[in-house]
Design a binder for this molecule. Structure first.
Ligand code: AMP
Length: 394
């Protein structure tokens, strides 16, 4: 039995989960928030109960020290040596990283070189990695990359039809994100069906606050809806998904705002939130639309239409998907949204079973026995995937 820490470091937050491997049992989880601000918040689950403290945490190094000492204080570990490995979620691996890797100086240098590809996330990821490595220098640290699973996409999927040197000189291409989740689902589906992973042809709809669709052929990602950044693809909680890029220049000019500000609005003020003028949270929209709120219903329908469009296209691209999988917050929990999307795929013989679909957060077949494509809910677990990859590299 080994204890492995899965870490997700953001600019002012640090989420962690301690897992026992290979059993994959979660020992504890928690989060440090508002790092570097006053009144930072540390919370941790001890025996299923959430314990929260407000204190000042100046930087990521202090956050790491605090959380490790809290593990000892709460008798979760007796010394730092009990942690066999730390798996770090890293948002971007550029086009050189196609699997999880041990973090050494060369890798840190490479990530620093590509930092412009995702400055808002890669910077904080690196800060988290450095803080952990300093405090746990004798432990193996592993990078698990959101983009890695999609490195199997062929050129025809990942290239944009723009001047070719945008790709060769400036690395402009589709990278795709949520790879850790799509990989977990692919592995889990193969396991559930008792199949060799290389025989898996499915379409995965990861629909949470962020959302992406993935075409999996022979167990590998061959296309995905997110692109150079997570903004591309389907509308999300606050992201627009695809729009005509000419809108950006037009809105910048009519609003006398810099392009950066318009892109910010596409990332933070669009999607569910933008269309509904109400909320980025699917629960709010589902209940408002039941009460007759037109914009809330519209926000849900615009997204459902685009998701169905992607699934239809990817079903074709994988050569006929054997299953469509719903996962993440909305995919796992919102039966109304699954039914909405399923009904838009009727031309392919997709039939959602009302009774089976009446489920939340469990592995479940939700299509009828007659459905031409099977539809499943499979809860995702990125932390387990991070811990598995870390264990494999110890
Ligand atoms: P995630 O980013 O995967 O954590 O997913 C967050 C999204 O899942 C939010 O829009 C939540 O409203 C949504 N969600 C969670 N539980 C439910 C539920 N019971 N019904 C509808 N949406 C839900």
């Amino acid at each position: 039995m080994k204890k492995i820490m899965a870490v997700n470091a953001g600019s002012s937050s640090l989420k962690f989960q301690l897992l026992e491997m290979p059993s994959e049992n979660m020992i504890t989880s928690g989060i440090v928030e508002r790092i570097g601000m006053s009144k930072s918040v540390f919370s941790i689950k001890v025996n299923g109960e959430k314990i929260e403290e407000t204190l000042d945490i100046a930087n990521h190094g202090d956050a790491v020290n605090l959380l490790l000492n809290k593990l000892i204080e709460h008798d979760i570990i007796s010394s730092f040596d009990e942690i066999a490995g730390v798996g770090h979620r890293v948002v971007h691996g550029g086009d050189k990283i196609s699997e999880s890797v041990v973090i050494d100086e060369a890798l840190i240098q490479y990530l620093e070189e590509i930092i412009d590809l995702a400055p808002l996330h890669l910077g904080p990821n690196l800060t988290g990695i450095k803080a952990f490595k300093e405090i746990l220098p004798n432990v193996k640290h592993v990078g698990v990359f959101d983009t890695a699973f999609h490195q199997t996409m062929p050129e025809e999927s990942f290239l944009y039809a723009v001047p070719y040197d945008w790709y060769t000189k400036y690395k402009v291409r589709k990278y795709g994100f949520h790879g850790t989740s799509h990989k977990f689902i692919t592995q889990r589906y193969a396991e559930m069906m008792n199949k060799d992973i290389h025989d898996v042809n499915i379409v995965i709809a990861h629909i949470g606050n962020g959302a992406s669709i993935c075409a999996v052929k022979n167990g590998q990602s061959i296309d995905t809806s997110m692109g150079f950044t997570p903004l591309e693809g389907i509308p999300m909680g606050t992201r627009s998904g695809n729009i005509d890029p000419a809108v950006v220049e037009y809105m910048a000019s009519v609003k006398h705002k810099p392009v950066k500000e318009i892109i910010n609005q596409l990332n933070k003020k669009s999607g569910y939130l933008g269309l509904s003028d109400l909320s980025s949270d699917s629960r709010d929209l589902v209940s408002a639309s039941k009460e007759g709120n037109h914009q809330a219903a519209l926000a849900i329908n615009v997204q459902a239409k685009r998701i169905a469009d992607y699934i239809a296209s990817y079903h074709n691209y994988v050569g006929g998907a054997e299953a469509i999988i719903f996962t993440a917050g909305i995919g796992e929990n919102a039966k109304e949204t699954r039914e909405n999307i399923g009904s838009r795929l009727a031309a392919f013989g997709v039939e959602i079973d009302d009774k089976r679909n009446n489920c939340r957060g469990v592995e479940q077949l939700i299509s009828t026995d007659h459905s031409k494509i099977k539809v499943y809910v499979i809860p995702t677990n990125e932390e387990v995937m991070i811990a598995r990859d870390t264990l494999a590299l110890l």
